[in-house]
Design a protein around this ligand. Sequence first.
Ligand code: HDD
Length: 702
Amino acid sequence: MQQNQDKSAAPGIDKKMRQLEEFSTDHKGRELTTNQGVKLTNTDDSLKAGVRGPTLMEDFHFREKITHFDHERIPERVVHARGFGAYGFFQVYEPMAEYTKAKFLQDPAGKTPVFVRFSTVAGSRGSADTVRDVRGFAVKFYTEDGNYDLVGNNIPVFFIQDAIKFPDVIHAVKPEPHNEIPQASTAHDTFWDFVVNTPETAHMVMWVMSDRAIPRSFRMMEGFGVNTYRFVNAQGKARFIKFHWKPVLGVHSLVRDEAQKLSGKDPDFHRRDLWDAIEQGNYPEYEFGVQMLDEEQEFNFDFDILDPTKFWPEELVPVKIIGKMTLNRNVENFFAETEQVAFCPGNVVPGIDFSNDPLLQGRLFSYQDTQLIRLGGPNFHEIPVNRPVVAVHNNQRDGYHRLTVDKGTVSYSPNALQQNCPAPVAEEDGYVHYAERVDGRKIRGRSDSFRDFYSQATLFWNSMSGPEKEHIIDAFHFEVGNVKDKTLKQRVVDMFNQVAPELAGKIALGIGANPPVEPGGTGVTAASAAVSQENTIRTPLTRKVAVLAENGFCYQGLNQVVSLLLNAGVSADIVSSRMGMLTGTDGKQMEAVKDFTTANAVLYDAVYVPGGAQSIQSLLKTPDAREFINEAYKHAKPIAAADEGVDFLQAAAGRAQLAPPDSAGQLGTGQGVVTIRAASDWRSFGEEFVKAIAMHRHWTRA
Ligand code: HDD
């Protein structure tokens, strides 16, 4: 599946857009009024008794302006406070009638409008984008059956098995209550205290310590419904399902050091990336997939399919790809749309139903409830971004901020005065809950089938490539290294000894704890290739290259390579000591759009150093330029250099052996470093560089 580069998915006018337009206001060219529509002559001076006198109470404009300002904030989400949204559409590949009667999953020619909000979980609204955390992946489908919300994450399993423990895990992960430190981080005592006392967290903690928790981009991460749901077809046959989103650009991550530096260099890194991609017509795309199990297969596995701390390995239950979502429109107003959007896993349409997953069951309550405090009452479904694109009729009335003017005298059912309208519909036309047989004693307890906490954590560890394992160990070092309580540190080592003794031993080494003494591990030897990011899609599309150059750069070497990059869907910024026009060896000019103050290696996917003796002399004298190349090298990013650029690379990085050009002075490649001297073949050089960019990172460069 190729990414849409031809912009053919540019926004058409869909039903949702038309509806939003009705509520949108453009203030361009308009006159200033109060909220009562009274035209104003001055909004810069308050009304006073004499120009140096006190402000008067009768200044209605002053009072209205200040009162509105004083009330501008609403409570941030208790979790997932930091997020970023966009609109788009969903299209199914083939009719899904055999499995579900959901209308939006039937017609490949139909487009269903969607709104998506990506988020981090722990940080507050102003926290940085690139922190180590789970990412929320919430999709609202505005379907002809009403709104369907798929509220997922970028990690397929969850910390806990029962929703009643959600306040506990969140209190533990949030900043500690006495001093509100640390922000948006799991590297503190209360989180790890909860972990070691709650073994069911082991599996998800492994994912959170992995590269999945520091994505390169919202456009390069998977999404998972996490909970087990049901598809139900028109004949009433049900199947258990898990939902998946697979990014067309593949799954790619940052490295820890880079992610932490990015938090300072650009706290908006992910939201800027998404915004820019959409503005440039590089519309993010995700294929939609489902894993399905017949009801009779419920007990066929060595894990409970209702346990949200388990995933269904794709090798056991394949993912059927059934459609694609394209994000093609940024919001007009962050507050009105992204902040006020209200997701609820309980918003389902006919053909999609719940399972008895005890985490899901609790979620069905929590989301509706949280919107009441966050959005101030029961009418939040009337906020434009939340409105379904189909008509809403019922006898619910009044409440804070009611917008609808409900006509007539009748607001009850049954009634004769209005022919019993709004009238219930026949079963085949409305939502009917799946008639699952339920039988049991009331009990506050946990099923024995939920008690294997470690097997899939081991499976995950087994599935990791060497570099991915190194990154997990590094993450544990940072996270647990920041824990103050030594007993807790030791307990982390002992707990993860149950997952993989090799891992536990290495954690112990890094954090000053004792290596585990008890025999460990689960004996699980299986692995799931689908889980490793090593096996993902590789493409150069939408990657960003920094070109380091100064006056006296080799124009041909810069111009040729930049056009090759652009043709391959890669963008390039010239970075120099000063922004503005640079003059090349032959007098031709190019513009440096960034300098070493506004640009940094962590903001780019790759670096290119063109030749030109004078340019390279200047770069060598610029510590920021040397640091730039060293950072890129350290973060395993692709690097290319031509002619004197190769000397810069070798001198700055202090590594003379770096991919020297071959004996004929031509192309040299290795470990993601591509070099050339006396180029006669810029094309091959450019192509090698593009290949290296597509690889994302070059871990062999230890
Ligand atoms: Fe949740 C928000 C995803 C378990 C209670 N959750 C929220 C958002 C996402 C998720 C993506 C942000 C939605 C947005 O962008 O507005 N949550 C999940 C996933 C879970 C999960 C994938 C496990 C399968 N959540 C979960 C549990 C509870 C909650 C067990 C409570 C019992 N979640 C909430 C909430 C939030 C929320 C408090 C905060 C803001 C909101 O709902 O609208 O209700």
